[in-house]
Design a protein around this ligand. Structure first.
Ligand SMILES: Nc1ncnc2c1ncn2[C@@H]1O[C@H](COP(=O)(O)OP(=O)(O)O)[C@@H](O)[C@H]1O
Ligand SMILES: [Mg+2]
Length: 233
């Protein structure tokens, strides 16, 4: 298993009382799987995703990564987990407007390595993966929404993550562009064996998953997996 979460709970204190956004949830995510998460607004999808990526500390419960328990109380350990293993793609592409496509990816690579020529080469390679090698020196505003999301996906892959987390990555795209982006994610999952967990409102998008989860009130409502353990080990 890539990630195992056990009895994970996130409690928020609100003016109307405490709410368990994620409520005693346990889940195994096999290596190489493509997990899709659906559920009504407020059911806890984003909260779960942020905890999976080490961006949000659970109130209780535990997380095991590749067989090793992550110490959720040590900020440094969470930070290492994030930077070594996790990539994020959001609904709003969150690109830096005054940097070109290739530069948006280079700054993610520069964090780990200061060799600019090497990083440019790496960034161009990532743009090729997402089918955007002909738009490398364009600024975000010169790109279509679908192209901007491709840049954001390439940036999320910059640290060569084992786990790619996506929160409504097609939420701002029309159906045609959504299918293109979903195709890019599927390719990354299949060709690079990157495990993907994607939150989506769209039943069509959810079909891209080989493990489909539906959340309700912070809990797993349904969980259907077509992943055969032997195939993905
Ligand atoms: N920072 C926060 N403070 C208080 N309540 C929050 C916070 N973030 C989320 N919630 C609440 O937790 C529940 C789950 O939210 P969320 O994970 O964003 O759901 P989803 O992504 O499925 O729409 C909701 O009731 C939401 O209002
Ligand atoms: Mg959400």
């Amino acid at each position: 298993m890539l990630i195992q979460i056990k009895n994970l709970t996130k409690t928020y204190q609100r003016h109307d009382g405490a709410i368990n956004a994620v409520d005693n949830l346990s889940l195994d995510i096999p290596k190489g799987s493509f997990v899709t998460i659906t559920g009504a607004s407020g059911s806890g999808k984003t909260t779960l995703l942020l905890m999976l990526g080490g961006l949000l500390r659970p109130t209780s419960g535990k997380m095991v990564y590749n067989g090793n328990e992550i110490n959720l109380h040590k900020e440094e350990e969470l930070a290492n987990f994030r930077s070594n293993h996790v990539g994020f793609v959001m609904q709003s592409f969150a690109l830096i407007p005054y940097l070109t496509a290739v530069e948006n990816i280079m700054i993610a690579l520069n964090v780990k390595n200061s060799d600019k020529a090497k990083n440019r080469k790496g960034a161009l390679e990532l743009l090729e993966w997402v089918g955007l090698d002909d738009r490398t020196t364009h600024y975000p505003k010169e790109l279509s929404a679908g192209q901007q999301q491709r840049v954001a996906i390439a940036r999320a892959l910059a640290n060569n993550p084992d786990l790619l987390l996506a929160d409504e990555p097609t939420g701002n795209l029309d159906p045609g562009l959504s299918e293109e982006i979903l195709g890019v994610l599927k390719e990354i999952n299949q060709n690079h064996n990157t495990t993907i967990v994607m939150v989506t409102h769209s039943p069509m998008a959810a079909e891209y998953g080989n493990t489909k989860i539906q959340m309700k009130n912070g809990k797993l409502h349904t969980h259907v997996s077509n992943v055969i353990a032997e195939q993905i080990n």
